[in-house]
Design a protein around this ligand. Structure first.
Ligand code: KG4
Ligand code: ZN
Length: 335
C-alpha cells in the first residue's frame, strides 16, 4: 500500500501556514509564518495587512514545507485548503494558491472548514473515538460540536456574542496588555486569586450556547469604576477572576453535554485551548468521569496551523470529498 500525503494550506487569519501529513496522522512538514508582530501595534488583526503578508509569505512557506518533507508535488495525493470561515481577503490567498497548484500539477483539491481543522488537530496525537464532543474555543469561535462519525459535525451550542478568545483579547486591552492578550491574561491569572465577583452567563436551562459580552463589560466596568474612585485593581486578581468565570462556564457546559450525549471522547480545540487554567481544570474534572477519554492537543496544534487542515483533509479525501476549481473563499462558511 502506498503512503498517503496531504498538503494543507491555512491563511484564514494572521498565520500563513503550509503542512504535509502522512497517512492522516503523521506530520512530515509544518511551517507557520506568524504576522503577530505586524498587527500588534494596531491592537488586533488588520485585514488588509493580513492579506498582503499572506501574498508575500505564501510561496516561501510552501517551498519550505516541501523541502522539510523532501517530497515532489507528484507525491502529493491531495491539497487541502481552508475555504472559510475567516477574513475573506486572507482566505483568498490560500484558496488561490491551492487552486493554482491543483491545476498546474493535476492534484485533487479539498476545501476544509477552519473549525473542522481545529478539531482534527486531535487526530494527529490520537485516534478519534465516536461519538465525540469537541469544545472549540478560538479568537473567532466558541462552540460545542457533536460528531457521530468522521466528517460529521453538529453544532449543539455556540456563542451568541463574543468568542472566548475575543473576550480574552478585549480584557487584555483594558489591562494594557499586548495583542493577542490570551496568553498574557493566562499568565497573570496564575499569579492571582479570583477574588472579584464577576458574572457567569449560563443562559436558559439546558442550553449549550455561550455569551461572554456581559462578562467582558463587567470587567471593563470594574476597571473604570476603580479608576474613578482613584483606586487601582490588581491586574492579576482581575485576570484570575475573569479566567475563572470563562472556565466555569466552558467546563460545566462541556461536562453536561458529555453526559447528555453519552460521548466516548472529548477533544479540546482552538487557540484558547492553549490556556493553562482551562487545560488543568478539564484534566482534573474528566479524571472523575469514567469511560470518557479527554484529549488536549499540544500548544503548537492549538493555535492556527496547516497540519490540522491537512489532517481534516485526509479524512475528507478518504470520504471521497473533492472540490473543483470553482472553489471560493467563504468567510461565513457553516460547519
Ligand atoms: O485559533 P486561533 O489561533 O485563531 C482563531 O481561529 O481565532 O485563536 C487565537 C485566540 C486569540 O484570541 C488568543 O488570545 C487566544 O486564542 N489564546 C489564548 C491563549 N493562547 C491563545 N487565550 C487564552 N489563554 C491562552 N493561553
Ligand atoms: Zn483558528
Amino acid at each position: 500500500n502506498k503512503d498517503q500525503f496531504i498538503l494543507g494550506i491555512e491563511t484564514s487569519c494572521d498565520e500563513t501556514a503550509v503542512a504535509i501529513i502522512k497517512n492522516g496522522r503523521e506530520i512530515i512538514a509544518n511551517v507557520v509564518a506568524s504576522q503577530i508582530e505586524s498587527h500588534k501595534r494596531f491592537g488586533g488583526v488588520v485585514p488588509e495587512i493580513a492579506s498582503r503578508h499572506h501574498v508575500e509569505q505564501m510561496t516561501i512557506v510552501l517551498e519550505e514545507a516541501m523541502e522539510q518533507a523532501k517530497l515532489n508535488f507528484t507525491d502529493i495525493d491531495a491539497i487541502a485548503v481552508t475555504e472559510g470561515p475567516g477574513l475573506v481577503g486572507a482566505l483568498l490567498i490560500g484558496v488561490n494558491a491551492a487552486k493554482a497548484i491543483a491545476f498546474a500539477k493535476n492534484i485533487p483539491l479539498i476545501g476544509v472548514h477552519h473549525i473542522a481543522g481545529h478539531i482534527y488537530a486531535n487526530r494527529i496525537i490520537t485516534e478519534m473515538e465516536f461519538p465525540l464532543l469537541a469544545l472549540v474555543v478560538s479568537g473567532g469561535h466558541t462552540e460545542l460540536v457533536y460528531m457521530k462519525e468522521h466528517g460529521h459535525f453538529e453544532v449543539i451550542g455556540e456563542t451568541r456574542d463574543d468568542a472566548a478568545g475575543e473576550a480574552y483579547d478585549k480584557v487584555a486591552r483594558v489591562l494594557n496588555l499586548p495583542y493577542p492578550g490570551g496568553p498574557h491574561i493566562d499568565r497573570l491569572a496564575q499569579e492571582g486569586k479570583p477574588t472579584i465577583d464577576l458574572p457567569r452567563a449560563w443562559l436558559e436551562e439546558g442550553s449549550y450556547d455561550f455569551s461572554f459580552s456581559g462578562l467582558k463589560s463587567a470587567v471593563i466596568n470594574t476597571v473604570h469604576n476603580a479608576e474613578q474612585r482613584g483606586e487601582k485593581i490588581a491586574p492579576e486578581e482581575l485576570a484570575a477572576s475573569f479566567q475563572q468565570s470563562v472556565i466555569d462556564v466552558l467546563v460545566t457546559k462541556t461536562i453536561q453535554a458529555t453526559k447528555e450525549f453519552d460521548v466516548k471522547q472529548v477533544v479540546l480545540a482552538g487557540g484558547v485551548a492553549a490556556n493553562k487554567g482551562l487545560r488543568a481544570t478539564l484534566e482534573e474534572k474528566f479524571e472523575q468521569i469514567e469511560g470518557v477519554t479527554l484529549t488536549i492537543p499540544p500548544l503548537y496544534l492549538c493555535t492556527d496551523n496547516a497540519a490540522m487542515i491537512a489532517a481534516a483533509g485526509s479524512v475528507l479525501f478518504e470520504k471521497g470529498q473533492r472540490a473543483n476549481l470553482a472553489l471560493n473563499a467563504n468567510p461565513g462558511l457553516d460547519l
